[in-house]
Ligand binder design. Sequence first.
Ligand SMILES: *Cc1c(COP(=O)(O)O)cnc(C)c1O
Length: 239
Amino acid sequence: MTDRGTELAENLAKVEARIAGACAAAGRAREEVTLVVVTKTYPASDVRILHELGVREVAENRDQDAAPKAAACQDLSLTWHFVGQLQTNKVRSVAGYADVVQSVDRVRLVSALSAAAVRAERELVCLIQVALDAGSGERGARGGAAPDAIEELAAALADAPGLRPGGLMTVAPLTGPYAGRQQEAFERLLEFSSRLRADHPAANMVSAGMSADLEAAVTAGATHVRVGTAILGDRPRLG
Ligand SMILES: *Cc1c(COP(=O)(O)O)cnc(C)c1O
């Protein structure tokens, strides 16, 4: 194996051990948590190595990078997650390769994604991104809808041809009452998830936790963790 292959295999094993440890500590089965590897800023060759190492779920946050990477990996069986802030003019491109869009945060985006999914003859699983620090009617600094918009967005997703409401996603807030309190933030997300599942039982995905705080997410009950730097290494700062 190449040096890069060895490095990725070692990092993947460390993250796997962290997830397994957190599951054991929380009394959860390891199968309850899916690792999504965030490959943003890293080349398609890394995605290929990760696939060889058994990774089947990858995530990207910018369409400009993701579209050519997904095209270069078309021969691999991978589930592509889109986790970045999404402009409506990128929706048609994203609908061409993404299987899961984790960053739905406004009704306008639901209608654009629906039209693009129908056109591409694909079904997109859509997660509502929740900004726990956003007030009513606001959006989070890093995207995400205020918690009181969840119900309306879920109803819009359920009615939208080509889309399926999959659940909720969050990024632990850097500001506001949850800053530095990842555990409480993720527990709050799980409360919103249980309310959502009352109306939409199949929307049971809860995507929370990254390299620094995946244990807190697993403890809180997350079904998906999104891990980038702990597996691929520190990213160059994009500003
Ligand atoms: C980059 C990114 C991640 C991964 O973050 P790391 O700290 O590199 O693990 C997870 N979620 C989203 C939305 C991201 O943009």
